[in-house]
Write a protein that binds this ligand. Sequence first.
Ligand code: WQD
Length: 335
Amino acid sequence: MKVLITGGTGYIGSHVVVELLEQGHEVEIIDNLINSKITVLDQIEKITGKKPTFHQVDLLDQPALEEVLTNTHFDLVMHFAGLKSVAESVEQPLKYYSNNITGTINLLSVMQKTEVYNFIFSSSATVYGDQGTGECVETMPTGTGITNPYGKTKYMIEEILKDLAVANPNFNIVALRYFNPIGNHSSGLIGEDPNGIPNNLMPYIMKVAKGELKELSIFGNDYDTDDGTCLRDFIHVVDLAKGHLAAINGLKPGFTTYNLGTGMPTSVLQMVNAFEKISGKSLPHKFAERRPGDLAILYANPSKAKTELNWQTELTVEDAIKDTLTFLAQPQNNP
Ligand code: WQD
């Protein structure tokens, strides 16, 4: 298939590009490089032997976007482009609603105009809000108790997609709800390396391991869990990427969602202990106050993707940590 990947130089997108190329698909990338580097294209070429066509386009620039989809007819669009900092979204909601929602509406409008109807959307477990038990199933209601504009943009986009699928039955739409992606390609050539102070756990651990940040604060050890720290579903990003390939087979008229997770929660402290064990080094950390908006427990019930897409995770948290250490060891990632 000829596939257009928005956000294809980003963390998740670049891993999906690698899997698509290795499966023989033709790939073009749209990215505005606001949160990624163009050198990722060279790394993708080192891994796959192929360099995808790249368009430095912002989804808010609809004419430029239309030119890309007019010049080439794509069989499928996978949409990863979006701002994703929970903390920043609280400080700058208009930036998030404009970039994530208007950008997606522009993309869908151009797809409809150029008659491209296969769409896979990078959604998030955040849309579940607080379901109480912590285990998330696709049939659960969404949109209640979402604590930040970032998560609300994901929910609102899912609602837009539902309405579009009803209005235009040509559309075949799948929304993939990610839990907590970690790790990187085993080559260590691509991975997550955000600028500035990371929000997410693993990128923060990585900066502490590199000595760029002094110590990790574990936000809360008084939750109602075995070790008092939060439980999350940490999924290896390569498993996540393979889930996108599997989702191609799940494309059908209408709007469909799938959880992409391991189904096996891991605590924050377990993650820290595993990182220390595998790296062979202590990771400076301390227990701190809870972070507002955090849920104690959040993990996937991944059975729908297993049944309908014949997909399940194969890699472990330990695999992800080993691959992260390979990424950290790369000269360009450890200046
Ligand atoms: C995980 C756990 C923190 C940092 C968010 C988004 C979600 C998805 C993943 C995009 C929590 C603890 C973290 C730190 C810590 N993003 N933590 N110290 O909040 O589960 O999910 O990122 O799709 O949509 O909502 O991920 O990595 O921020 O936190 O103790 O320095 O690690 O309290 O329990 P989260 P996270």
